[in-house]
Design a protein around this ligand. Structure first.
Ligand code: SF4
Ligand code: SF4
Length: 356
């Protein structure tokens, strides 16, 4: 299989991996949504796609970014006087970050007396990251969990992700990557050596719609899914396909049926196809970055929408037993009264089976 193009942001594979640094956004502990058991998720910064519904807008750019935390700000303007680049101004709409001027040096954040400014994205070494995530080892052992490298797109930081996964496997930790599929085949070939589980997103089956909503065609992504499927077929690794269910974007009959037909026709070796319900909890993230989210006024999905799409998926030719839906929906009572848009509470013990 050959690629017609390479992802623009691919960080080239290198031979010398000593002291390699990864662009890390954050570490999230006690995650139960990114693989089996209790997991620690490492979010990497930088992605080749720019999905209009992205739930992690701070992970799209590879560059460090400054964010403003409105509730903490006391309007003292120390930050504005600190900045030598004319990067900030305080208006009646709050702090404005001039992205053309700001070089994300972090000086304003250091001087802010109330922790209202923060730089997102840090260069981090493999050893220090491994040391950090291993603090959660006892949770992994009790729940059959592990570490998931997510993003952004971990496959685009190939060498770092490879070294991280290799070291974790050396410590006996279950490893997973959460990928949008937009990287080179060579990057997957390298990373999969030390990956136990691949969470692979297929968002839209129509190439035109994929380009419209993510900025890129899905050609390379589908080719990579075929490659990953073939890889896991000949190993003891696992593959889960995940489809975000986004209103007015991916949540259509044609899309879900089309993805199902692709999985079935190509005998994709997935042991799970997860339909992940849209959530609207990331409005704050856009606000902190001074961005407007196309989906800011969208509510959680109604249960009937997910039930309908789930039924279609189960009729698409994919083994119905591997298909499930996840995520928060409008609770029945909320659905009827429409007074609240809060997600239903999560029963972590039920999810992890810790009390079984
Ligand atoms: S991060 Fe640096 S350049 Fe950006 S606003 Fe703050 S002080 Fe100015
Ligand atoms: S220094 Fe901090 S608290 Fe003061 S105006 Fe700037 S962001 Fe707000």
């Amino acid at each position: 299989m050959t690629f017609e193009f390479e992802p623009k942001h691919l960080i080239k594979l290198s031979k010398n991996n000593i002291n390699i640094k990864g662009k890390i956004l954050e570490i999230q502990r006690m995650s139960t949504e990114d693989g089996p058991g209790i997991r620690t998720s490492v979010f990497m910064k930088g992605c080749g796609l720019s999905c209009t519904w992205c739930h992690n807008p701070e992970s799209i750019s590879f560059k460090p970014e400054l964010q403003w935390l409105k509730p903490n700000c006391i309007s003292c303007k120390i930050c504005i006087n600190t900045c030598s680049y004319n990067g900030l101004s305080l208006t009646e709409n709050g702090m404005q970050i001039n992205r053309d001027n700001c070089i994300a040096c972090g000086e304003c954040a250091e001087e802010c007396p109330s922790a209202a400014l923060e730089i997102l994205g840090q260069d981090t070494g493999v050893d220090e990251l491994v040391e950090e995530v291993l603090k959660d080892r006892s949770y992994f052992e009790k729940s059959n969990g592990g570490v998931t490298v997510s993003g952004g797109e971990p496959a685009l930081q190939t060498d770092f992700t490879f070294e991280l996964l290799k070291k974790l496997k050396g410590k006996g930790i279950h490893t997973a990557i959460d990928t949008c599929g937009f990287s080179s085949k060579e990057s997957y070939k390298k990373i999969l050596q030390y990956t136990d589980l691949v969470l692979f997103d297929i968002k839209l089956i129509d190439p035109g719609k994929h380009t419209e909503f993510t900025g890129k065609s899905n050609k390379l992504i589908l080719e990579n899914l075929l490659y990953v499927s073939e890889y896991v077929k000949n190993s003891n690794k696992k593959l889960w396909v995940r489809t975000p269910i986004i209103p007015d974007a991916t949540a259509t009959d044609e899309n879900i049926t089309g993805i199902g037909k692709f999985i079935a026709a190509n005998s994709i070796q997935a042991t799970k196809w997860e339909l992940c319900a849209f959530n609207n909890l990331c409005n704050d993230k856009y606000e902190r970055l001074g961005k407007i989210w196309d989906f800011e006024n969208y509510k959680l999905l109604e249960p009937s929408v997910m039930e309908h799409l789930l039924a279609l998926a189960k009729k698409s030719g994919v083994n119905p037993e591997i298909i499930e839906s996840t995520g928060s929906l409008k609770a029945e009572k909320q659905y009827k009264t429409d007074k609240s848009n809060e997600p239903a509470p999560v029963d972590y013990c039920k999810i992890t089976g810790l009390l079984d």
